[in-house]
Write a new protein. Structure first.
Lengths: 211, 222
């Protein structure tokens, strides 16, 4: 099933950048991954200060259900789930109606840091096979998959494929706090709201990003 | 923010097993700047295990990562000493009060760490020494570290408690390849299922570079 999906990101994260802003972006990424309330609230401040007509502002309109993206491996009992924390903060700030844990990682996928190139990293199909979806409890019209870091879009597309299986008619989109900029040497700003559309091609199991 | 109010620096999940108080001696900035990685393993380490602990600790120093360990005999001692001898930084997290080294042979090492690096303990002076203090200490090590590296540990080793706590906290856990692939060590396989990763000579530099800055202090930067 091929499809197009809108994805939004608020911050940028330079994994290898050398300037101070790039270094700070790594600190911010770490704090978002650790579920730091102060940093997440700062992110929400920036979302709330976007213009009314900004597509990210519109994305959160219409009481969407927020679905936290699973971690790359099953979570130990009572374990830390950063995207769930992110979702909770967003809903508390009025950016979403509720948090629904629709997706579960049943088997681990290798972390991206285990690979040197994008080709070696887990494919969308690998992510898809490692995920299961929890039976829905109620009808929902609008769903936002919430992730902490967006890199190649493979996790997001695999999650969206699973969500589409239980909500084929819902309006589904993706929001990630940060977008990885792997090859950027110098980062000009950490806050860089972005709203784009990616395309998943099921025949080749490829995600095509606009940039 | 300093060590006295360390809990203010923590998330709700981190507060669950965090110590009520942390006593310290040395440079408290080591707890907040850069990244910290725990190097843990057996007290009765093999010769190969000690060499591996040295290689890993040198690699951490090369990446400007603070080497955290528990001042115990074996792997811990090698981790601290390697960090110091190679111009790096180290934190000792004690299972005893700050004025008591365990084992006693590490009294000199503890004094050096207290003077030039950082030693922390959740146990006040006079607190009785009990075996249960050490796994409690391991939870604190997991808490203050961005990742944990298990060098060498048997099936019943107390080291595994730190691995599980690190996974619960969402920290990276790395198990040296020889332990990860040992069919007699069941906990290693279980931890791998929950996201622990195998660490080898081939991937160590890349893996260490990618450890996230989960525990660093962050000023208002955006």
């Amino acid at each position: 099933m091929s499809f197009k999906i809108d994805f939004a990101t608020m911050l940028e994260f330079a994994t290898r950048g050398q300037n101070d802003i790039a270094h700070n972006s790594r600190l911010v990424a770490g704090k978002i991954k650790s579920g730091n309330a102060q940093v997440i609230e700062r992110l929400i401040f920036h979302i709330k200060h976007l213009p009314k007509e900004h597509p990210i502002t519109k994305l959160f309109e219409g009481v969407p259900v927020l679905v936290p993206a699973p971690r790359s491996a099953p979570i130990v009992d009572g374990g830390h789930w950063p995207t769930k924390i992110l979702c909770d903060h967003l809903v508390n700030a009025g950016l979403g109606a509720s948090v629904q844990k629709f997706l579960v990682r049943t088997t681990k996928v290798p972390k991206s840091s285990s690979f040197t190139s994008a080709e070696e990293r887990p494919s969308c199909n690998t992510h898809y096979e490692s995920l299961s979806v929890v039976a829905p409890e109620a009808f929902v019209e609008k769903i936002i998959l919430v992730d902490d870091v967006f890199t190649l879009g493979r996790t997001s597309c695999a999650c969206v494929r699973r969500i589409k299986e239980i909500y084929p008619d819902a309006d589904i989109s993706v929001f990630a706090a940060m977008r990885t900029r792997g090859f950027v040497e110098e980062l000009a700003n950490i806050v860089k709201p972005s709203f784009k559309t990616m395309e998943y091609n099921s025949q080749y199991d490829k995600v095509r990003l606009p940039d | 923010m300093g060590i006295e109010n360390y809990s203010e620096h923590l998330t709700e999940a981190e507060k669950k097993h965090s110590p009520k108080q942390l006593f310290f001696a040395g440079n408290e900035e080591l707890l907040f700047n850069n990244r910290r990685v725990s190097v843990v393993g057996s007290r009765k380490a093999t010769k190969e295990g000690l060499i591996r602990a040295m290689i890993v600790s040198k690699a951490l120093v090369k990446q400007n990562i603070v080497v955290v360990s528990g001042l115990a005999a074996g792997i811990d001692t090698m981790a601290h000493r390697t960090a110091i001898e190679n111009g790096g930084q180290t934190i000792a997290v004690l299972g005893t009060p700050l004025d008591k080294a365990y084992p006693k042979q590490n009294s000199g090492l503890l004094e050096t760490i207290k003077k030039d690096y950082l030693a922390i303990s959740q146990f006040p002076k006079g607190y009785p020494s009990m075996p249960k203090n050490f796994p409690i200490r391991n939870r604190t090590m997991a808490l203050i570290s961005d990742a944990t590296i298990i060098i060498e540990a048997g099936e019943k080793s107390g080291t595994r408690h730190q691995g599980w706590e690190a996974l619960r906290l969402g920290r990276d856990v790395f198990i040296l390849e020889n332990v990860a692939n040992d069919p007699n060590i069941t906990w290693a396989r279980e931890m791998m299922d929950y996201g622990a990763q195998s660490l080898s000579r081939d991937n160590i530099d890349m893996v260490l570079e990618d450890i996230p800055f989960l525990t660093s202090r962050l000023e208002d930067v955006f």
